[in-house]
Design a protein around this ligand. Structure first.
Ligand code: GLC
Length: 482
């Protein structure tokens, strides 16, 4: 019997729901999260754990469907895992951290949760993004339930404060961005994203905004003031120094180097020869632009990183013009960034000597594979959210139509390889939960744009914007409309 299109879509959706249901992790009889992948055909490693960043996709879809209990349990239990005291041992997680993942273990007939702060993870990577995602999710829970009482509980207020304490601590550098080691986020392997990677900065921005909304001012005046000081500077810094479009590329191409002192224009001493400017000259559409992957001393990583750029649109870190330019770039460079499976995690791939030096010869990250420009279906929900926000839902619809049948036929892989994303990832798990949840979430966001406020933020208040503009006013690039 031939199924019509609508029936096929419904069947795929039902299958996705069933798979998501199967991934739920129970603790003392209560749902508390979802495992990263439910694939018994390969060794589990840590894919049988609940990852904080992975769970966000599941959590948002649960919130949309009114399954708020599981999200509440998750927030409460992960908060308990957050160390509340200063670590005396430098190998132990510091105060305020939220783990990368956790699992349920049983001993003497009792269940408890065991957290991994990166001390068991491959390469011992630090999950900086966990505490940022946790805050973003707590705020989504408050938006969904229209009830701030969970966030206002003293334990939650302390938890938020402790996260803000590590984020806003005294430090060595003097940028408003966060300085982090390589692999501190979704890309949790060596990929040359140490320093000030876009993904962390954008999540930091969203987390600061979430904390600002959720912290009760009384008793937290100092933190609230610190957030108010940091937000405009962070925003101005990213909007100005990370932005790349053809005008900006022209400016950088003609930058002078070795400038000293207050009047310097090329603040970070970027040498144009370090950029692939001929490729960019060809690749950048007239009206397109994006935020660079990383900016630091004599460093500008011109790779396009999808999560950071899409979340910049969603969290309103980008200006209206920049958001439109990012979406325009995705539309005009569809074959490169979306191809046959939405969406590339970054573009282009590191190749040859650069691949060897930057990844440390990582066989999982060979060019056009995994983190090195592989395609990750989970990113589809962020594409959908950004598309809805910029009033270009047709982009997300097109992406969903490409992904739908393949995802189900291929059993919901974690990622795809190849320049066009036509190969199931060499080491991809099947039934990867955030692939499944990301697909369902993308559908919901397109069908009902009213769900967008769960994850999106409004325009920054005018006083914050004007302070973002004041930032290094003498050096503002004339092309950037802050
Ligand atoms: C891989 C991904 C990471 C994800 C984890 C579990 O390590 O790089 O982002 O959280 O798998 O799915």
């Amino acid at each position: 019997m031939q199924l019509n299109k609508l029936e096929t879509s419904k069947n795929i959706e039902n299958e996705a729901w069933q798979a998501l249901e199967n991934s739920i992790l129970y603790y003392k009889g209560q749902p508390v999260g979802t495992v990263a992948a439910y694939d018994s055909s390969v060794e589990a490693l840590n894919y049988d754990q609940c990852f904080i960043r992975d769970f966000v996709s599941s959590a948002l879809i649960f919130l949309i469907k009114g399954r708020t209990d599981i999200v509440k349990n998750f927030l409460e239990e992960t908060l308990k895992l957050q160390p509340k005291e200063k670590a005396l041992d430098a190998y132990k997680p510091g105060r305020g951290l939220i783990p990368a993942s956790f699992k349920v273990v049983s001993a003497n007939g009792e269940e408890f949760l065991e957290a991994d702060f990166g001390e068991h993870a491959i390469a011992r990577v630090t999950p900086v993004d966990s505490c940022l995602w946790w805050l973003i999710l707590l705020r989504a829970y408050v938006v969904a339930t229209k009830d701030p009482s969970l966030a206002y509980q003293p334990e939650f207020q302390t938890g938020i404060r402790l996260i803000m304490d590590i984020c806003l601590a005294n430090r060595f550098d003097m940028y408003p961005t966060l300085l982090v080691p390589d692999g501190a986020c979704m890309i949790d392997r060596r990929m040359g994203i140490y320093g000030h990677p876009l993904e962390i900065q954008v999540l930091f921005f969203a987390a600061l905004r979430a904390a600002r909304e959720l912290l009760i001012c009384k008793g937290n005046e100092d933190i609230v003031e610190a957030i108010d000081n940091r937000l405009p500077l962070l925003c101005g810094h990213i909007r100005q120094h990370y932005w790349i479009d053809i005008n900006r590329l022209n400016a950088i191409y003609r930058f002078k180097g070795e400038e000293y002192g207050k009047t310097a224009v090329n603040l970070f001493n970027i040498y144009a020869d370090s950029l692939p400017y001929y490729e960019l000259d060809k690749w950048l559409p007239k009206k397109g632009g994006y935020f660079a992957g990383n900016v630091g001393p004599s460093q500008m990583d011109t790779r396009f990183f999808t999560l950071g750029n899409l979340m910049a649109v969603i969290s309103d870190l980008s200006t209206e013009e920049q958001s439109q330019a990012i979406m325009n770039l995705i539309e005009k460079r569809w074959e490169d960034l979306v191809g046959d499976m939405p969406v590339k995690i970054c573009y282009p791939a590191l190749q040859g000597e650069e691949y060897r030096v930057v990844t440390g010869c990582d066989p999982k990250n060979i060019p056009w594979s995994y983190h090195n420009a592989g395609s990750w279906p989970v990113l589809m929900w962020m594409l959908a959210a950004a598309a809805v926000k910029t009033k270009k839902p047709q982009l997300a619809e097109k992406a969903i139509a490409i992904a739908k049948v393949r995802l189900s036929e291929d059993e919901w892989p974690e990622y795809y390889d190849g320049k066009k994303g036509r190969l199931i990832g060499k080491q991809a798990r099947k039934y990867q939960t955030w692939t499944i949840a990301g697909y369902l979430l993308a559908l919901e966001l397109i069908d009902n744009p009213d769900y967008l406020p769960l994850i999106s933020f409004d325009k920054l208040p005018p006083d914050v914007v004007s302070r973002a503009c004041e930032f290094e006013v003498g050096n503002i690039d004339p092309y950037i409309n802050l």
